[in-house]
Design a protein around this ligand. Structure first.
Ligand SMILES: Cc1cc2nc3c(=O)[nH]c(=O)nc-3n(C[C@H](O)[C@H](O)[C@H](O)COP(=O)(O)OP(=O)(O)OC[C@H]3O[C@@H](n4cnc5c(N)ncnc54)[C@H](O)[C@@H]3O)c2cc1C
Length: 432
């Protein structure tokens, strides 16, 4: 990122602390540095990347790519302190004389379930297993591995177990495939790799090398209900992949922080109830994805910058979602679908090589240029060219257009011809 970036703004003299070097913290640090602020990241772990390194397996996110991206961010002059958990934010802010803080500590505590188990049962949580993959020796799971859960983490850990040599990796999920939160493409790839899935099943009991599952049926409302029908399965390890919670203990002594459903409440500016402390990513109410986390980092950087300058602008209102039927696809060039290289399913089972390759530079640039720009004017000048009444005024590069309603007679040609659905017609107010 930084390698392609314009030079940072002049030094603002302000110092911002970023807690956590996952995608949200890194994105915030990058944008804050570009805005001219002095940025220090304090990271609890031994490396940057958060769940991009300690969750998402290598076969989906090669570490060389991650390392290169992080290096380009840090090259902006950001201070990174690894092995530095923030345990008391109030104290860290006081001793570090920071002007503002961006919190991005993610959600790292694996949820537990109460499952009756014998003393010798080997039960571990998925996050520890995936984190262990970044250590010196991979986790020992055995030949028969059962994973309990239905999200992407469950699928990732089952596929990881297979690559570690498990002859059988089985996902046990209490609902049906349609209800499984994991992405369908991930499930499909897992099935191709020989992962088995026991749908409509719950785990009743775990022993040393065996566990018992109970079959479920859907009731008339579509919810799974127990049947009393039991089945034994071989299991050297049971891996729990039941979701993650946020460790918010670092905020215990900080005033004004509101927590609901285990996550920190933030304003539309991503500021918490404590002035100057912002938060984003998995620790705030949101979709838990890398893109959302990165988006929060960028948005928070903007609002931190404004706050440090004593400004408090309202967030720019978002336009309504633009669906495909509101676009004019004729405007864009046709091109065959670009296929990304995919590793064959046999080789996948014994290596951590990337499964689905990325686009090369030429393809990536070509696809980026074909962006449909849904709902976002990209100044193609169509509206300006087709308006029969000269009612469209060009405001100059990057400033888009204005409509002169004294000239506009509402023919709607501009709306029809706009390729990206950026113009909407609204009924004129008629004074009584
Ligand atoms: C197994 C798995 C697979 C996933 N797959 C995908 C996927 O394919 N696509 C996708 O978009 N998303 C995926 N996600 C979700 C995605 O990884 C997260 O939504 C995203 O990483 C959240 O970013 P974050 O910056 O908020 O937190 P994190 O990535 O969790 O980073 C938080 C960082 O803060 C550090 N930290 C925590 N506490 C402290 C503290 N007290 N002091 C200092 N540092 C601290 C942590 O060590 C960590 O480095 C996956 C998640 C998991 C677990």
């Amino acid at each position: 990122m930084a390698g392609n970036s314009p030079p940072p703004a002049a030094n603002s003299g302000k110092k911002v602390l970023v807690v956590g070097a996952g995608p949200s913290g890194l994105a915030a640090a990058y944008h804050l540095a570009r805005l001219g602020h002095q940025v220090e990241i304090q990271e609890a772990g031994p490396a940057t990347g958060g769940m991009m390194r300690f969750g998402i397996p290598k076969y989906r996110l090669p570490r060389a790519v991650l390392d290169a991206e992080v290096a380009r961010i840090l090259d902006l002059g950001i201070t990174l302190k690894l092995h530095t958990p923030v345990t008391n934010l109030e104290k860290t802010m006081r001793t570090g004389t920071f002007d503002a803080v961006f919190l991005a500590v993610g959600a790292h505590i694996g949820k537990r379930a109460v499952i009756p188990a014998g003393d010798a049962a080997h039960i571990v949580d998925a996050i520890s297993v995936l984190r262990g993959m970044e250590g010196e020796s991979p986790p020992l799971l055995g030949r028969h591995v059962v994973v309990y859960g239905g999200g992407d983490t469950a699928v990732d850990v089952a596929r990881t177990a297979r690559r570690l040599g498990a002859t059988e990796a089985v996902i046990v999920y209490r609902r049906t495939r349609e209800k499984m939160p994991a992405h369908d493409s991930e499930i499909e790839e897992a099935l191709q790799e020989g992962i088995l899935v026991k749908w409509l099943s719950t785990i009743k009991h775990v022993d040393a090398h065996e566990l018992t599952i109970e079959k479920m049926v859907l009731d008339e409302h579509g919810y799974p209900q127990p049947t009393g029908e039991l089945e034994k399965m071989a299991a050297d390890s049971l891996v729990l992949a039941l979701g993650q919670e946020v460790d918010l203990s670092l905020l215990d002594t900080l005033s004004g922080i509101a927590i609901k459903d285990g996550v920190v409440q933030v304003s539309s500016h991503l500021m918490t109830g404590h002035p100057g402390v912002f938060a984003g990513g998995d620790m705030v109410p949101s979709e838990r994805t890398v893109t959302t986390a990165v988006g929060h980092g960028k948005k928070a950087a903007y609002h931190i910058d404004q706050w440090l300058r004593g400004l408090n602008p309202d967030p720019v209102a978002k336009h309504d979602a633009v669906s495909f039927d509101m676009l004019n696809p004729w405007y864009y060039s046709d091109a065959p679908k670009t296929l990304r290289p995919i590793l064959d399913s046999i080789r996948r089972q014994s290596t951590f090589d990337e499964v689905q390759g990325g686009l090369d530079e030429n393809n990536a640039l070509f696809e980026a240029r074909r962006c449909l720009s849904c709902g976002n004017c990209f100044e193609c000048d169509n509206c300006y060219g087709v308006c029969p009444d000269n009612a469209v005024i060009k405001l100059g590069p990057g400033k888009r257009f204005q409509f002169n309603y004294d000239y506009c007679k509402g023919c709607g040609i501009c709306v029809t011809e706009c390729p990206c659905g950026a113009i909407t017609m609204v009924a004129e107010e008629v004074s009584a």
